[in-house]
Design a protein around this ligand. Structure first.
Ligand code: HEC
Length: 192
């Protein structure tokens, strides 16, 4: 009798343990801090490959009044159609949203910033070239290294599950704030 109960318990426990191991592996692989969002899609690379030949480096051919004539829904739709049509590389979901958000950084002429990856000791991402990247993790201020449109920052492994992760891109008197627990990329308030 006792053996029977013990046996049925262990068969019930086994899938449970597997599930826990699975969850821990996912957290460790994608976000050891459990709180920082990231999106691996790189809008700078994508734009350079799919859009730049017609719209110029960094959208420099869009013109002064770019974005003023379109509602948010229209711009979202135009970018979606351009990606699927002339760029021949359809986008959807967060990648599309990231590219639209990047367009709002062009429209507002403020630096774009995004987290593309989180590992146990490094945060990395993309930013408008020339911007300085600062990270405020709980109460610790760090400066990221930047190279072309990439940034990375070594993060003290003691900082687990910080209450606040604020990433700032500073360029020419403009500061873009990214609350990295809420979104992987900046300018998302324009597309919600
Ligand atoms: C082969 C050339 C070509 C490529 C490649 C291309 N576009 Fe366009 N795009 C155009 C043309 C031409 C227009 C203006 C005519 C129109 O609105 O259809 C335009 C218009 C736009 C507009 C509206 C601009 C405004 O001032 O209102 C946006 C935004 C845009 N494209 C985004 C993109 C994005 C993002 C990509 C890459 C995914 C891209 N385009 C790729 C040719 C291109």
């Amino acid at each position: 009798m006792f053996q029977h109960i013990a046996g049925s318990r262990s068969t019930a426990l086994f899938p449970g343990i597997l599930l826990i191991l699975f969850c821990v592996t996912i957290m460790a692989g994608e976000d050891p801090r459990g709180v920082i969002r990231s999106l691996s899609f790189d809008p700078f690379d994508y734009f350079a490959t799919g859009c730049q030949r017609c719209h110029g480096p960094g959208g420099s051919f869009y013109g002064e009044n770019f974005g003023k004539d379109h509602t948010r829904e229209e711009l979202h739709e135009i970018v979606r159609e351009m990606a699927a049509g002339p760029a021949q590389s359809p986008l959807s979901g967060d990648s599309l949203r990231g590219l639209v958000a990047y367009h709002y950084s062009l429209i507002t002429d403020t630096p774009y910033i995004q987290v593309t990856g989180v590992s146990s000791d490094t945060l990395r991402g993309v930013v408008t070239p020339g911007a300085e990247v600062q990270l405020l993790i709980s109460d610790t201020l760090l400066y990221a290294q930047t190279e072309s449109h990439y940034w990375s920052a070594g993060v003290d492994s003691g900082l687990s599950r910080p209450a606040r992760v604020e990433i700032r891109a500073v360029a020419g008197g403009d500061t873009t704030m990214l609350f990295a627990r809420k979104s992987a990329f900046s300018h998302h308030s324009f597309i919600e």
